[in-house]
Design a protein around this ligand. Sequence first.
Ligand SMILES: Cc1cc2nc3c(=O)[nH]c(=O)nc-3n(C[C@H](O)[C@H](O)[C@H](O)COP(=O)(O)OP(=O)(O)OC[C@H]3O[C@@H](n4cnc5c(N)ncnc54)[C@H](O)[C@@H]3O)c2cc1C
Length: 475
Amino acid sequence: MANTAAEDTDPADDFPAIQLDVVIVGAGFAGLYAAKQLGRSGVDVLLLDQNNYHQFQPLLYQAATTQIAISTVARPLRGILHRQREHVTIRTARVASVDAAAKSVTTDDGLTYRGRILVLATGSEPNFFDTPGARELAYPLYSVDDATSLSSAMLGALERAAATRDAAERRGTFAVVVVGAGPNGVETAGAIAENIKFVVSEYYSDEFASAQCEVHLVDMVDTVLPPFSERSQKYTRRSLEELGVRIHLGRAVSSVSTSGVALEDGTELPAAIVIWTAGLKASGLLEPAGLTTGRGGRVDVEPDLTAPGLPDVYVLGDAANITDAKGRALPQLGSVAKQSGTWAADNICADLQGRERKPFRFRDMGVMAMVGRGHAIAEMGPRRFQIQGMLAFLAWLGVHLVLLSGWSQRAAALVSWFRDYLTRRRTQVVVHQPDEYARARRQGPTEPAATPTTESTTSTTTGPGGATPGERSQS
Ligand SMILES: Cc1cc2nc3c(=O)[nH]c(=O)nc-3n(C[C@H](O)[C@H](O)[C@H](O)COP(=O)(O)OP(=O)(O)OC[C@H]3O[C@@H](n4cnc5c(N)ncnc54)[C@H](O)[C@@H]3O)c2cc1C
């Protein structure tokens, strides 16, 4: 397709839109793979993202817990799409609004882009379910910014805990509560517990690690990893407990405060850091765009991945409710996003070549989660062949190495994992966001909320202190 970028001369427009062949919003797995495939096929594409990089969400928790460097999970888009640069134009800009019927998007610098075909792949954002205090005080973990904030805040909270002089006040001064026992929460809780066991004990002292550091995992459902088999769930729970994670299941969080979290049964879990992995919803751009949204604020797409009634508007990845050939809802996974991106690109090419579009077919590769070094679970393929322990851990490492974008990122991850395994030293222990770090260090003693039960051993005279990002703006 020829490059047709031109100003639209519609006299009704106060500000003429820039007219293009395909406009893609979002360079996550879905948008990126759509752009790659279209670029390879010679279709001209404008790819818009608020960041100039693609973020690899599955390893964000490792960046937040200093296991790998931030540069391993964020790769520049211009590097990834270098070979397609003749056909793929990249713009770094935040899309402020979308008009689905007009197939146009407006960026926050006031420019409007109109595509003959519009692809929306804006991903998810955290869902705090209106839990009081959660949006303002808890740390989400869905972006590179989230990972750098959390990492700096945890380092600051650790420093503060280490500076506690009074022996009576020391217990539990570095307590972390992870809300949500899905794969993201399990992997994060396991990584922090492992850090406490191996890295904090080495960098600070054994006594500090065992007396002052705690990790809690909370979920309102009564199991960890609900989408996995019972066998995998049991293994995961046992592995987390062996690492020292305290698990609270079947108990919803009723509020988050500067003291920690309160559970619905009245229990108070004091915490220096609260991490929120409990829910996702689609980007807030979709509903005002004139699209009908369903479960999770996502668009219930047609089998060809377009929005109902809008045959030239594709909605992909986490932004869509996509079903498999049997009509079952597919989960919000990187594999679904990636495959939907490539499939949509093929359907766009089919239109251009006068062929018929095909209904999306998902190739199910299975699911896996890492619980700690040497401990993982994997349920492979559509038949969910199960493996656990060291074999699953090695499979997890291999799969994530392959999925990571870029040879230097793969090499960096491999070196970090090996060094970590052999030496337990971390070169990545650096503060990326000094404000978060300083706030976590500065935070003075807080009065714990008056609640009937206190499960943690944290001193009630000082409160947990630590990172309370009260004034922090939510990403
Ligand atoms: C911590 C974590 C761990 C995960 N682990 C796994 C795993 O192990 N395996 C797995 O299969 N899946 C995993 N997932 C899920 C997987 O990462 C997502 O399903 C996948 O990233 C969705 O891809 P997407 O392209 O739809 O959205 P995203 O990858 O979220 O990309 C959306 C893009 O849109 C951009 N964007 C959003 N709004 C705007 C705007 N207004 N203007 C401009 N740009 C915008 C964003 O910057 C982003 O680049 C994990 C997710 C998280 C958060």
